[in-house]
Design a protein around this ligand. Structure first.
Ligand code: GLU
Ligand code: MG
Length: 462
């Protein structure tokens, strides 16, 4: 039965690509370094490629964001997997002439999900939630910095400069980026991704766009397409969009906050919503948040995934730095969002602020689900709500409330991840080993260099 319907969909997207005059279709995957990579199929071979996939060396899941191969047993020069596209994710790429793309799963030659496949990991966590009667709605908010490349007058070398120094939410900021943003929104409309809001954010050249929530798999695929669109539409306009967490050290950082809500299996009832409880948050929702906070020191290694991420997570920068939660508290790791009158149940949700766009969204959503479900199973209590900036509590008050400062380096977060049995069990052996090795190789390289090297190599990667 599923085979028949996927065959039909494969035929349909092949025809759609032909009708649109597509020449190359990118088979996208996101690796352990958070980099979106692709191999493209020519249209002539597309129909068979949708079934067979494109071959990929197993070593690619040992490659970091600097194209360095980390030592991972079983991920050397010998061995292949297949990138098998999900035709449901097919989209034309308006910014790239005659091109389209699909998101892929990493499948073994025996036709099974590969142990190091991030998208298959997310599917497993979605199933785990379903077994507990929970379906999720998820979405990421996108913050990024628009810049141009200029020649530095003093040094004569190239550097990135923000396109404006406009004020937060200012209409001058809106005007300066108007042409590129209009094309971005038009691109997303053509791709069937519903834009919710846009504004000029606080930092110089900083932008923020939000899109509609979806089920976690669609939301992760959308995350990839939006990142691609942000970067590539800017490039077509001669600009550079940085989705790095802290591309300019003296400016506000770029978050990739994850909003989530928990629904019943049919997706009809919001299980997080209970009007009789404080902030309308049900016990189930509180336990889920309790799980996230409990695992956060390790979870961060996945949601704030790069070396540069830890420059962003400073107290008093609205990025969050402590394992606190609170209603509409933008310095808390988890913000319980206020609801909107016309649809109280539909708008009840929480937001993980400790997340950025260097994260592989399949890993980030999957790990968030695993952490939250653990909280539900153990009925964890997230503690008292934090009603002020947790950075303004005394050390003693934070200790009394069980609020911890986040790890301040990626290295520390990775050590926590290695020892987190819930997350490593969910990831499985191969994904855990390869992820830790890839990220540790990044730490090793960046810690041998200065800030300038770090910024240069993070600016235009994600
Ligand atoms: N730019 C802030 C961050 O780094 C978020 C600001 C906000 O939208 O609250 O996460
Ligand atoms: Mg913002």
């Amino acid at each position: 039965m599923p085979k028949k319907s996927s065959t039909t969909l494969a035929d349909k997207v092949t025809q759609e690509a032909l009708d649109a005059g597509v020449r190359l279709v990118r088979f996208l995957y996101t690796d352990n370094g958070g980099i979106i990579r692709a191999k493209a199929s020519h249209i002539n071979g597309l129909r068979n490629r949708i079934t067979d996939g494109i071959g990929l060396t197993v070593a690619m899941q040992a490659m970091n964001m600097l194209d360095q191969l980390a030592p991972v047993e079983g991920m050397g020069p010998v061995g292949e997997i297949r990138l098998v596209p999900d035709p449901a994710s097919f989209k034309l790429l308006p910014y790239a002439p005659n091109s389209a793309a699909m998101c892929t799963d990493m499948i073994t030659l025996e036709g099974k999900p590969w142990g190091a496949c991030p998208r298959s990991f997310l599917k497993r966590q979605i199933r785990e939630a379903e077994l507990m009667g929970i379906s999720l709605r998820v979405v990421v908010e996108f913050e990024w910095s628009l810049a141009e490349k200029v020649i530095d007058a003093k040094t004569g070398t190239e550097r990135f400069q923000p396109i404006d120094n406009s004020l937060c939410f200012s209409t001058t900021g809106l005007m300066i980026s108007q042409y590129v943003i209009d094309e971005l929104v038009s691109t997303l409309e053509k791709q069937g991704i519903q834009v919710e809001q846009f504004y000029a954010e606080l930092g110089h050249g900083q932008q923020e766009l939000s899109i509609r929530y979806a089920d976690p798999l669609t939301a992760a695929d959308n995350h990839i397409f939006v990142r691609e669109a942000i970067r590539n539409v800017a490039y077509v306009h001669g600009l550079f969009a940085s989705l790095a967490p802290k591309p300019f050290l003296d400016q506000a950082g770029n978050g990739g906050h994850i909003h989530f809500s928990l629904w019943d299996k049919a997706g009809k009832r919001n299980l997080m919503f209970d009007p009789k409880k404080p902030y309308g948050m049900s016990d189930l929702g509180m336990h889920f948040i309790g799980g996230i906070l409990d695992h956060l020191p390790a979870l961060l290694a996945i949601t704030c995934a790069c070396y540069n991420s830890y420059h962003r997570l400073q107290p008093h920068f609205w990025a969050s730095a402590y394992t606190a939660w609170g209603p509409d508290n933008r310095e808390g790791a988890v913000r319980v969002a206020s609801r909107f009158k016309s649809n109280e149940e539909g708008t009840a949700n929480a937001e993980l602020k400790a997340a950025d766009l260097s994260a592989n969204p399949y890993l980030a959503f999957g790990a968030l689900i695993a952490a939250g479900l653990d909280g539900v199973r153990r009925q964890l209590d997230p503690g008292e709500p934090t009603l002020i900036d947790p950075g303004n509590y005394t050390e003693a008050e934070r200790a009394r409330r069980g609020i911890k400062r986040y790890p301040t380096t990626l290295a520390e977060a990775l050590d926590n991840l290695e020892h987190d049995l819930v997350l490593t069990d969910a990831l499985g052996d191969l994904l855990t080993r390869s992820y830790l090795a890839v990220k540790r190789k990044e730490v090793e390289t960046f810690s041998q260099h200065d800030d300038a090297f770090e910024l240069q190599h993070h600016f235009w990667k994600f």
